[in-house]
Design a protein around this ligand. Structure first.
Ligand code: SF4
Length: 443
């Protein structure tokens, strides 16, 4: 979501005449788009802002702007703590960035945009915002695969999560706006689209989307988008397991260009901890859905998110997470130590674990996940896979399979350009990527 928001802000700034530079010292504006989902990400923002102080002293005309979830959450406190920051904008104001920058004059270091910190009643892009132009940034090397936001915010209030506070309640975009945006992207050469939302499975649930007189849900959107001519690959993220319906699972069988890959965050293998997290599913329900996904699409790659050391997590709870890992054999996972986030209910829960214990559990989980990822990746060796090429330079090519595995190909022919689909034989598997070779008959 942050990557997409950064793209939108870059596009808006480019439209307002800003040019991009990769040299920090040359910049007249530095914009940090921030994430507050974990304590560490937030600390990085303040550390980066601290290091920009010297630059601002040397160049008083430099504007420094903070956007994203830390901005939404901390608001005025950022300006109070970092007097060299010119502008702080909340998550719902990214479309207005050029105007907001206009309002922050050079000699006025603290801009109090109090309306930036309120949760808005609607998302600007929902109310008919034009489809963003596809070529928005020179720094984006791979223009053939793009994110398209279909909804924002979240109503789930998992007890550890700041998203409902920083991004507001769930709002779905109009289907016609989404389809128009994707059509524009495809006409510009994009071949792969990832539909994006905090919980795409509940698209159209809170503010019902209709198509003619009929109610319209996420599987309907998938079917409509998949049939847009020229779209080679379709993906979506993220799916809350409680809202993963049978109808949606069946889409993996029915929609040819829907990639066999799903990120299905489980967070813990213990029902007791899931309850404390307010996740609203139990492990048996989750496994039923995983089994159905595997039955309908045996080649599907499933990844997940895990939080270790949630308040009150016992050794037994943690062992249940390891058991789940053995049972599902995820292709990969993003795993983190629990950290308190402001305003969340988990921050007030008892049973906090020491950093050392959380670290031990994380290490144990990641060690086993790495082994399983390697075993999973070895299953591809010897098979030919379709690769969407992301870059190819000086004989080194990189692309992705439909299962989202990165494949490196050495001695790739020069004529293969980014955006093309090529077939490669997988010749070696690592933990995080594969190596392939293009069979002579495919060159
Ligand atoms: S579903 Fe839970 S973890 Fe995901 S964004 Fe919503 S509150 Fe956060």
């Amino acid at each position: 979501m942050n990557i997409r928001d950064s793209e939108i802000m870059a596009q808006k700034l480019a439209e307002a005449g800003y040019l991009e530079t990769s040299v920090l010292e040359d910049a007249s504006l530095i914009l940090l788009n921030t994430c507050s989902v974990r304590g560490k990400a937030e600390q990085k923002v303040f550390s980066m802002l601290g290091s920009l102080r010297k630059l601002k002293a040397e160049n008083p005309d430099l504007k420094i702007c903070v956007a994203g979830c830390v901005a939404q959450q901390e608001g005025q406190k950022i300006i109070d703590r970092m007097e060299h920051v010119n502008l702080v904008i909340g998550t719902q104001h990214i479309y207005n960035i050029p105007e907001l920058l206009e309002r922050s004059t050079n000699n006025k270091t603290a801009i109090n945009l109090s309306d930036s910190y309120e949760i808005p009643k609607y998302i600007p892009q929902v109310s008919g915002h034009p489809a963003p132009a596809p070529q928005i940034s020179d720094s984006q090397q791979f223009q053939f695969s793009r994110f398209v936001t279909i909804m924002q915010g979240c109503n789930n209030f998992c007890t550890y999560c700041v998203v409902p506070y920083t991004r507001g309640r769930e709002v779905s975009r109009k289907a016609t706006d989404i389809v128009n945006e994707i059509q524009t992207l495809i006409e510009a050469g994009v071949v792969e689209i990832t539909l994006l939302g905090q919980n795409v499975n509940s698209y159209g649930c809170t503010n019902p989307v209709t198509h003619g007189a009929l109610p319209y849900s996420f599987p309907d959107l998938l079917a409509e988008v998949s049939s847009i001519s020229g779209l080679q690959r379709l993906r979506f993220t993220t799916s809350h397991p409680k809202d993963l319906s049978e109808r949606l699972i069946e889409c993996f069988d029915q929609i040819d260009n829907l990639c066999p890959q799903i990120h299905l965050p489980v967070q813990s293998g213990s029902d007791r901890i899931l309850k404390r997290m307010n996740r609203k599913y139990c492990i048996s329900d989750y496994l039923e859905k995983v089994d159905l996904l595997k039955a309908i699409r045996p080649d599907i790659a499933i990844t997940t998110d895990i939080i270790v050391g949630f308040p009150g997590e016992t050794e037994e709870d943690f062992q249940q997470t390891l058991e789940l890992l053995e049972r599902v054999r995820y292709h990969g996972s993003f795993s983190f130590k629990y950290s308190d986030r402001p305003e969340t209910r988990a921050a007030d829960l008892d049973g906090k674990l020491s950093e050392a214990e959380k670290g031990r559990r994380l290490q144990e989980f990641q060690k086993r996940q790495d082994e399983i990822s390697l075993e999973r990746n070895r299953e591809y060796v010897g098979y030919q896979k379709s690769i969407l090429v992301e870059n190819n330079s000086e004989g080194k090519m990189m692309g992705r399979t439909v299962t989202n595995h990165i494949v490196h190909v050495e001695q790739a022919p020069d004529h293969i350009v980014p955006g093309s689909l090529v077939t490669a034989e997988i010749i070696h598997a690592g933990r995080h990527s594969l190596k392939g070779a293009i069979p002579p008959s495919r060159i």
